[in-house]
Design a protein around this ligand. Structure first.
Ligand code: ASP
Length: 323
């Protein structure tokens, strides 16, 4: 009996070892919890390609949308922790969501094996091209005067555009009508088509359109201007110094990866981000590439814990004053 158990245990261990040694043997799914074409999708596609090369298997993007990104992240968090399902989370799904969803089925700090930060994405306040205001102060005056006649786009409760949008409204006293999308890719299309008035979104989604003049940017919510949008003033320069917020995208796996599999994913993301073509693409879009101290799973776990602690009180009070 004892011998049979020992043999069973040995063969199970051998199987785990073999799986890790040979991982990956088939394509890996990266769940993107928002619509194709938006910032999370863009960052995912930028890193998936060099990660595929590093892993020797295709990293395939699957867009699973809904509920501000929490539908896709919930589903991915429940997948087998074998390295064949990973996900691109962000400041909303892994920072803001717990403040706004009572029954959230995952805990950003406990339900995942963090792989690493993929990109920093400053927030930009953007409006449709013909919005009748020259600068941020004028924009806020129009928002306050027109109240719910103004439409603000966002990607669902708890998303980056929603949480940073609600924060913007609570700081400025704006009370627009909120219009929900499955991601800010489709929201941006509607902004360009004059179907909605404004949104606050991740720079990597909006930089090309701002540069091309198809939408307007009133300010970037960072301490310094972005080299990719040198004409866009910071919120401080434009008169709203309290509104400083930067989002991020990061790769996570369901909790419980075998150590070797985890190490391979971490190394693949690291290799991907060191690829000059990847860096160039992220920087061109106004994103930032993780510095040494920000890269990897330990830094990402700490970031998630900081972000949940930071966003929970801020968002709860912003939503109370500005539901
Ligand atoms: N940036 C979006 C958000 O507001 C989501 C997306 O990536 O489409 O969370």
């Amino acid at each position: 009996m004892r011998r049979a158990l020992a043999i069973g245990l040995l063969s199970a261990l051998a199987a785990i070892g073999a799986a890790a040694d040979t991982y990956p043997q088939r394509p890996i799914t990266m769940v993107v919890p928002f619509a194709a074409g938006g910032p999370t999708d863009v960052v995912a596609r930028i890193v998936a390609e060099p990660m595929s090369r590093a892993l020797g298997q295709q990293v395939v993007i699957e867009n699973v949308t809904g509920a501000g990104g929490t539908t896709g992240i919930t589903r991915a968090s429940q997948a087998s922790p074998d390295g064949y399902t990973i996900m691109m989370g962000h400041m909303g799904t892994h920072g803001a969501a717990p403040a706004l969803f009572k029954g959230l089925k995952y805990d950003p700090a406990k339900s995942f094996d963090p792989v690493g930060l993929a990109a920093g994405t400053p927030i930009v306040i953007v409006a449709k091209k013909g919005f009748p205001a020259q600068d941020l102060k004028g924009f806020i005056e129009v928002l306050k005067a027109r109240g719910p006649a103004i439409n603000q786009a966002h990607a669902g409760v708890g998303s980056v555009s929603h949480s940073t949008g609600v924060l913007f409204n609570s700081q400025t006293g704006a009370k627009p009508t909120l219009v929900v999308y499955r991601g800010t890719g489709p929201a941006l299309n509607d902004l360009m088509a004059d179907q909605v008035d404004f949104m606050t979104d991740q720079i990597v989604n909006v930089a090309p359109q701002i540069a091309g003049g198809t939408i307007k940017a009133y300010a970037i919510a960072t301490a310094e201007r972005s080299p990719s949008l040198p004409d866009v003033p910071t919120t401080k320069e434009a008169g709203l110094p309290g509104y400083e917020v930067s989002a991020w995208n990061a790769v996570f796996a369901p909790k419980g990866l075998p150590a070797d599999v985890r190490a391979k994913l971490v190394a693949a993301l690291d290799t991907a981000l060191k690829d000059p073509a990847t860096t160039k693409r992220i920087l061109e879009l106004g994103g930032t590439v993780p510095k040494e101290a920000e890269a990897g799973p330990v830094a990402l776990q700490a970031l998630v814990e900081r972000e949940v602690a930071r966003w929970t009180p801020v968002l709860r009070s912003a939503v109370e004053t500005n539901p």
